[in-house]
Ligand binder design. Structure first.
Ligand SMILES: [Zn+2]
Length: 272
């Protein structure tokens, strides 16, 4: 990178959301970090003010309305040990025709395709950057008892192949990783999400939280206002399987980040 100018300078004045011209001028804004420039007109408006701008996409949920209107998306949500979907707790007040804000699974191709579409829409105006909201995706859902769909299980198997020691696998009674289903092991300890939340740190194939990706901490911190999340943050310290899931998901996230958002949005490059 030597010789290149940094994308963001220390002197940058960054707005969280898009604002009106007067607010930008009052603060001397130079960058808008949380979307608001999805169209060509919006991008031109910001550039005309000397401000660089972003599109914004969301990896958290399809949202109640879209989930209701497109039932296919309901097949792309995070699942708990009972194979039930999980509502995003801090979006408890978002309801559309009885549908709640169900957590999307960023390992599920259906939800991944929605994420790609969101990138395409967010960048359609030619914004200078892309804001990725709730980037932890399924890793964050795992903190709430999720991460048990078939796609997450397949990913976890691959993760174990690269990261679990023979002693880890022996202690968990895993004889063949190719046919191993973590849910079967978990159900020996907990058959419901409620039970799972109590005993998760005692289930084999749990690992030290020192491996917790730093990105997760910042993600959890941003939702501290939710009492449910506060409880989850405390549990995080002893949340081993989730740590594994998060590490795995984070590595996929890094992999995805290393590629162009535009090429990913076009489906040219699979981040899995
Ligand atoms: Zn999943």
């Amino acid at each position: 990178m030597s010789g290149k100018q940094p994308v963001l300078k220390h002197s940058e004045i960054v707005f969280m959301y898009a604002a009106d011209d007067e607010a930008y001028k009052a603060y001397g804004t130079t960058f808008v970090g949380w979307g608001g420039a999805h169209t060509k007109e919006e991008v031109q408006r910001h550039h005309g003010l000397g401000i660089r701008c972003t599109g914004s996409m969301w990896c958290l949920t399809a949202g109640p309305e879209l989930l209701h209107k497109n039932p296919e998306l309901q097949k792309g949500v995070a699942l708990d040990i009972e194979s039930k979907p999980i509502m995003v707790p801090w979006l408890f007040d978002q309801v559309y025709e009885g549908m709640r804000a169900l957590w999307g699974c960023t390992n599920n191709p259906i939800f991944r395709e929605l994420c790609r579409r969101r990138v395409r829409e967010a960048m359609a105006g030619g914004a200078d950057g892309l804001h990725v909201d709730d980037h932890a995706g399924s890793a964050a859902a795992a903190m709430h008892g999720g991460g048990f769909c078939d796609y997450c299980m397949a990913g976890f198997r691959e993760y174990l192949k690269d990261n679990a020691s023979a002693a880890d696998l022996r202690a968990a009674g895993v004889k063949d990783l190719d046919t191993f289903d973590y849910r079967t092991l978990v159900r020996k300890y907990a058959k419901t999400r409620q039970e799972y939340m109590k005993v998760q740190n005692r289930i084999p194939l749990t690992f030290s939280t020192t491996r917790l990706p730093p990105t997760f901490g910042s993600s959890a911190a941003s939702h501290r206002r939710s009492p449910d999340t506060r409880s989850c943050c405390r549990q995080m310290r002893a949340c081993h399987f989730r740590t594994k899931t998060m590490s795995w998901t984070a590595s996929r996230t890094q992999s995805a980040k290393s590629r162009s958002s535009r090429s990913w949005a076009r489906g040219e490059s699979q981040p899995r």
